[in-house]
Design a protein around this ligand. Structure first.
Ligand code: 13P
Length: 248
């Protein structure tokens, strides 16, 4: 059985004090077992959130990293610093990074390797655009992204997150059966290329997950949790999603 993961991607939201307070509230609702809960604050809040999560089951993720640990990379942050700040995970290849900041499949692969070398768990995001879905290319797009991201990496030490671009921040959630179809295709790819690990890799769904649709999505056999944006910014909308995962 795969433990469900509920991860909150706070994107560019919340002050340091607000992040600390929200993390404390979420930590109180995070179980010791039955579900894993992660929050991803802005980089400047990582230390404060890690401090609030310390001694609780809540885990902390960065939203982005550079592949190199140091050097002339103005404005960047590194796997070593993310770990130093107290995080255990890092989101890689989010569609906003791909579309707004030029993140490529090759860059994602390099960052996954750098994070694993530092002992951090990458949360690797993949997902098709609306045009790709309408052209019938959703599964081929997503499996190509998975293949590129996972080239030469340790598949036992990462999490995948399927986030259809058209469902992010739009209020449009993939129908549970449509999401399941893509998750099953990702697992089929894993079975073909990493047979012994395919059943243990957690594949999260992301895109307008909220308390009203979480249980139905989490009930799908290949959906192992959720990567939540908007609904993760308030304890009253994020905690019910954690509770749905515990009950799933
Ligand atoms: P929303 O839940 O706001 O659609 O965001 C999803 C997301 O991008 C999480 O990484």
């Amino acid at each position: 059985m795969r433990t469900p993961i509920i991860a909150g991607n706070w994107k560019l939201n919340l002050t340091i004090a607000e992040s600390r307070a929200l993390a404390s509230a979420i930590a109180k609702a995070s179980p010791e077992s039955g579900a894993e809960v992660i929050v991803a604050p802005v980089s400047l809040s990582l230390s404060a959130v890690a401090e609030a999560a310390s001694g609780t089951p809540l885990k902390v993720a960065a939203q982005h990293t550079h592949a190199k640990d140091s050097g002339a990379f103005t404005g960047e942050l590194s796997p070593a610093l993310i770990q130093d700040a107290g995080a255990s995970h890092c989101i890689v290849g989010h569609s906003e990074r791909r579309s707004l900041f030029g993140e490529t499949d090759a860059g994602v692969n390099e960052k996954v390797k750098a994070l694993q070398a530092q002992g951090l768990i990458p949360i690797v995001c993949i997902g098709e655009t609306l045009a790709q879905r309408e052209a019938g290319d959703a599964i081929s797009t997503v499996t190509a992204q998975v293949a590129a991201a996972l080239e030469g990496v340790d598949v036992s030490k990462l999490v995948l997150a399927y986030e259809p671009v058209w469902a992010i921040g739009t209020g449009k959630t993939a129908a549970p059966a449509d999401a399941q179809e893509v998750h099953a295709a990702i697992r089929a790819w894993l079975t073909e290329h990493h047979a012994s690990l395919a059943q243990q890799v957690q594949i999260l769904y992301g895109g307008s997950v909220k308390p009203a649709n979480a249980a139905e999505l989490l009930a799908q056999s290949d959906i192992d949790g959720a990567l939540v944006g908007g609904a993760s910014l308030k304890a009253e909308t994020f905690i019910p999603i954690i509770e749905a995962a515990i009950a799933s």
